[in-house]
Design a protein around this ligand. Structure first.
Ligand code: HEM
Length: 126
């Protein structure tokens, strides 16, 4: 019996492509978050987040081949992430998750992880 990964269950790369693209459309217009991304275009950031999520959920591990161990907390240290940044991040992610129209059980699993991960990356009391 073969076990289907979460990655396959939600529709593979195409689903993560849509999720992360929609998320960065929100970030691009967000006055709290946009200044944290100094690059003029968000394509590189989009590639990295998409690659990470694909790998995390059981898809190809291209992210680590290119970037090494994720070390997400360390990689977020250069940015001040307090409650406003965390909540803005989650707002755009919620909108992106909703746009996928996944079955409830898969949507809940994805969303619970994203909430947990966003809370774990807060590194500033303000
Ligand atoms: C990178 C902000 C939460 C995964 C970044 C970058 C910023 C940022 C400014 C640098 C952009 C780049 O050049 O890649 C934030 C803020 C968050 C947040 C404000 C709010 C809590 C998360 C969460 C995840 C995540 C919850 C994972 C589920 C990543 C990844 C990278 C990244 C994989 C690229 C790391 C690398 O390979 O260099 N984030 N992030 N972030 N973030 Fe976040």
């Amino acid at each position: 019996m073969t076990e289907t990964s979460f990655y396959d269950a939600v529709g593979g790369e195409e689903t993560f492509r849509r999720l992360v693209h929609r998320f960065y459309e929100g970030v691009a217009e967000d006055p709290t978050l946009r200044p944290l991304y100094p690059e003029s275009d968000l394509t590189g950031a989009e590639d990295r987040l998409r690659g990470f999520l694909i790998q995390y959920w059981g898809g190809p591990n291209t992210y680590s081949q290119q970037r090494g161990h994720p070390r997400l907390r360390m990689r977020h240290m250069p940015f001040v992430i307090g409650k406003p940044e965390r909540d803005a991040w989650l707002k755009h992610m919620r909108d992106a998750v909703d746009s996928l129209d996944l079955p409830d059980e898969l949507e809940t699993r994805l969303w619970d992880y994203l909430v947990y991960a966003a809370h774990s990356l807060v590194n500033s009391p303000t």
